[in-house]
Design a protein around this ligand. Structure first.
Ligand code: ADP
Length: 277
């Protein structure tokens, strides 16, 4: 590496090529490493509930079965852990389909305000239980937009469920939908006028430390693993949300301040023909 770098500085196209190849290898190594990490994470995430289930089954075998109340409790723990494993495997399958571009995005014309109201309805029980209020604001004049309703519902469910999970009792959540200008990107003059639909989910919960922000969309990355697990999280919600938004041609980003709250914002193409194409 040394010698080709020395030669490459300032001249020849040949040595420049060598450097490019070397960089490629590094990129591939990184990919390999993140793949290894992923497999290690998956194994660990599956092993944890399995170990729990096993120990509760053993306890039942060792006599807990004779005590109906205890037995009931143990069975329900085992059941919860099974549910977690099912959620995890379902999430993994979905990520793998999105990764391999096998996921078919089938768009339908959708009323944004109605879609957001329905998200809030799905969480009404949890919201009430934790005394968290939710406010939905859709800018007037919003037309129907083409999107894969099931998948965008999943994005919204993940974001709202996080907002609830990481916001203390009595908190508040705000969902906002509006239109923003598309960042001008060079020669696409035909599209530079068409706006983007922007939806944000904001909470006034515990927030995320600055040092974690850059990694928060990584698979299995959590600020507090124990807390996430207790809340039933798989650590894949944000990664799935990002892949679904990407598959629609949109982007997602997250702002957060520790102790003050978090806002996740995603965009989708608004222009109907483009969205449909
Ligand atoms: P999880 O299943 O753990 O919630 P996610 O991928 O949805 O996984 O989120 C990853 C991590 O990002 C969470 O474990 C949590 O630490 C942090 N996070 C996500 N949303 C919020 C939020 N609204 N407020 C605070 N932290 C959040």
């Amino acid at each position: 590496i040394h010698s080709s770098k020395g030669k490459g500085a300032g001249s020849g196209s040949g040595s420049g090529g060598t450097i490019a190849v070397l960089q490629d290898v590094t990129g591939q190594e990184k990919l390999e490493q993140s793949r290894r990490e992923f497999v290690a994470n998956v194994s660990h995430e599956l092993r944890t509930p399995l170990t729990t289930i096993k120990s509760y089954l053993e306890a039942l075998e060792d006599g807990a079965l004779e005590e109906p109340q205890l037995a009931g409790k143990f069975v329900s723990v085992a059941r919860n852990e099974t549910d977690r494993m099912i959620r995890l495997v379902t999430d993994l399958l979905q990520l793998s389909r999105l990764d391999s571009k096998q996921a078919i995005i089938s768009k339908e014309s959708t009323d944004v305000a109605e879609m957001l109201d329905e998200v809030a309805d799905r969480f009404s029980f949890q919201l009430e239980q934790r005394a968290i209020t939710i406010d939905i604001e859709v800018v007037p004049g919003m037309k129907e937009i083409m999107l894969d309703r099931d998948r965008i519902d999943q994005v919204l469910d993940n974001l709202v469920s996080n907002a609830i999970k990481y916001t203390p009792e009595g908190g508040s959540i705000r969902i906002h939908a509006g239109l923003v200008a598309r960042a001008h990107s060079g020669d696409q003059t035909g599209y530079s006028e068409s706006p983007l639909l922007e939806i944000s989910v904001q909470d006034n919960g515990i927030g995320i430390p600055k040092k974690d922000l850059s990694r928060i969309f990584e698979r299995f990355y959590r600020v507090d693993k124990a807390r996430s697990r207790n809340m039933g999280g798989t650590g894949l919600g944000l990664s799935i949300a990002r892949e679904i938004v990407k598959a629609h041609g949109g982007t997602v980003h997250l702002d957060s301040e520790l102790g003050a709250g978090t806002r996740v914002t995603f965009t989708l193409p608004y222009n109907q023909e483009e969205a449909a194409g």
